[in-house]
Ligand binder design. Sequence first.
Ligand SMILES: Cc1cc2nc3c(=O)[nH]c(=O)nc-3n(C[C@H](O)[C@H](O)[C@H](O)COP(=O)(O)OP(=O)(O)OC[C@H]3O[C@@H](n4cnc5c(N)ncnc54)[C@H](O)[C@@H]3O)c2cc1C
Ligand code: SF4
Length: 346
Amino acid sequence: MMRLPPFQFRTPGTIADAVAWLAENPETTMILAGGTDLLPNMKRRQQTPTTLIGLRGLRDELSTIRDADGVVIGAAVTLADLIASPEIQNRYRGLWQAAAQVATPHLRNMATVGGNLCLDTRCTYYDQTYEWRKAIDFCMKRDGRTCWVATSSPKCLAVSSTDTAPMLQALGASVTLASTSGTRVVPLDRFYANDGIHYLTKRPEELVTAVTLPRADGWQSAYWKLRRRGSFDFPVAAAAVAAKLDGTRVIEARIVLGAVSSKPQQADRAALLLQNHELTDELIAAVAAAASELAKPMDNTDFELVWRKKMVTSLVGHALHEVRGDDMRARRRQLARQELLSARPR
Ligand SMILES: Cc1cc2nc3c(=O)[nH]c(=O)nc-3n(C[C@H](O)[C@H](O)[C@H](O)COP(=O)(O)OP(=O)(O)OC[C@H]3O[C@@H](n4cnc5c(N)ncnc54)[C@H](O)[C@@H]3O)c2cc1C
Ligand code: SF4
């Protein structure tokens, strides 16, 4: 049985206390939200904070979803509460789809929005027990010096594996960060860096308090995810699309790819091809192909990377069709079968 390493556990009753304690030793202190990612990582000694700050005492401040010229989602809102929200179901369909595909119902009861946004990047050589990693002399992300995915790479190439971040980014969301210096608001596209180790631009002493979504009038959104098991699994490629439509004409659109680099990749050039055009089958095919050019999957997660890259074109295409209003339910079922059939054995 894997055991947690020793740590001090602190439970603030106010945000002011939380950020003050975080500021004491930011490099060795971490926030514990649902713990569904951090605690397994600690057991595998991938992350070994000496102090954890629990958010349970801040539920009143961080666990609400409220209307405010858009919607403000507290960082400690669970994914189960997020997908139960009629507001999210009706107005931010893509976000509902993304959150509903995270892990399992049990995990979503604990897992939070803030934890999903700050989720550690993943890699075949890193998401292993301490003994496994020791046997390969560790790697650059933790305890070692070499990147086993690309031995000449100066940086870690671990994969951004959060489902909600690409969709929130496509919807134009921003995060509110609190620290002892005050609060600041950062658009989600500037919250991530393309570096498997330093994948957040957030400073270690900053607490995510909320995610704000702009109004969704006229916007449609969709999230498509490739994973091995349709019941639960991390994404190994994903497409998040949000578009403001006038009938079938696109006024504005954002496309963000998930799980194909160390940060959610915004495909602006492809999205621009949509602007002021009718969403025809031909345009969808061209935009999907253009978006997938950005995808640079590495051989450090499930499925063959060439197939993952090809699948990005399909995922973006499916999301665009869904945004147009096509009934994509049969396609979703087909994708689940394809995942299993095209997969090489683990
Ligand atoms: C079997 C299994 C399957 C999974 N499948 C998926 C999946 O398909 N898709 C997916 O996206 N995830 C998946 N996960 C990962 C995880 O369950 C989710 O990402 C979850 O949303 C993490 O939220 P949490 O509240 O549990 O975060 P925690 O584990 O508590 O924290 C995760 C990270 O975020 C930081 N953090 C948390 N809250 C804050 C805050 N407010 N401010 C600053 N930092 C903060 C923590 O310090 C830590 O670094 C899976 C996990 C398991 C065990
Ligand atoms: S990408 Fe390289 S450095 Fe990063 S976790 Fe994987 S093997 Fe380690």
